[in-house]
Design a protein around this ligand. Structure first.
Ligand code: PRP
Length: 198
């Protein structure tokens, strides 16, 4: 039988004309910090079974890496929300797209978010989850854009505080693209793209 020839896979970052991507936090640094975060979380909650709730879709890689670093009993679930008027005239209106699959009553819940920006999404989720009477409710975010905050809200665990730049990669998107990049990167749009992303 003829052997299948392996094709060399070229690195194709998927840029389109007028878009440039600059690495802000390399993947190795993300992994290192996530390991530390897992230790911090387990130090605070050493014996509790942890129920992670990933906020789709940006949190998937962070949740996956964090879950692997957390020792002890761990389960997870996902929720999807969408917000309106984001970045332009933030209305704070958040809509539930997909609810949790299982009850969180009496459980130690960790909300896992890729980025905390205005804080309106997490404020909505906190109110929603508090009504469901978990035993503990904590928040872990990989990235925190403190400058953009509107809601009075702080995460319990923060990976990196970042400047007010548009970031993509490691789950974060621009128009649904770039989520698959391994690093967190800054996206700059050139003359042929939009000049401002907000
Ligand atoms: C991003 C991120 C958070 C939210 C944070 O989600 O994943 O859920 O925005 O913003 P806020 O603090 O201003 O509310 P996005 O709506 O981009 O969806 P995605 O995760 O599917 O990319």
């Amino acid at each position: 039988m003829p052997k299948k020839r392996k094709r060399a896979v070229k690195e194709k970052p998927g840029h389109r004309p007028g878009e440039a991507v600059h690495v802000l936090i390399p993947n190795a640094r993300l992994k290192q910090r996530i390991k530390q975060m897992a230790r911090e979380i387990r130090r605070d909650l050493p014996d509790d079974p942890l129920h992670l709730i990933g906020v789709l879709k940006g949190s998937v890689f962070f949740l996956s890496d964090l879950a692997q670093q957390l020792g002890g009993e761990v389960s997870f679930d996902f929720i999807a929300v969408s917000s309106y008027g984001k970045g332009t005239d933030s209305t704070g209106e958040v809509k539930l797209i997909k609810d949790l699959d299982v009850s969180i009553e009496g459980r130690t819940v960790l909300i896992v978010e890729d980025i905390l920006d205005t804080g309106l999404t997490l404020k909505y989720l906190l109110l929603l989850f508090e009504e469901r009477h978990p035993k503990h409710l904590r928040i872990a975010v990989l990235l925190d854009k403190i400058e953009r905050r509107i809601a009075d809200l702080k995460a319990d665990y923060v990976g990196f505080v970042i400047p007010n730049e548009f970031v993509v990669g490691y789950g974060l998107d621009y128009d649904e693209r770039y989520r698959n990049l391994p690093d967190v990167s800054v996206l700059r749009l050139g003359p042929r793209g939009k000049t401002k992303i907000e």
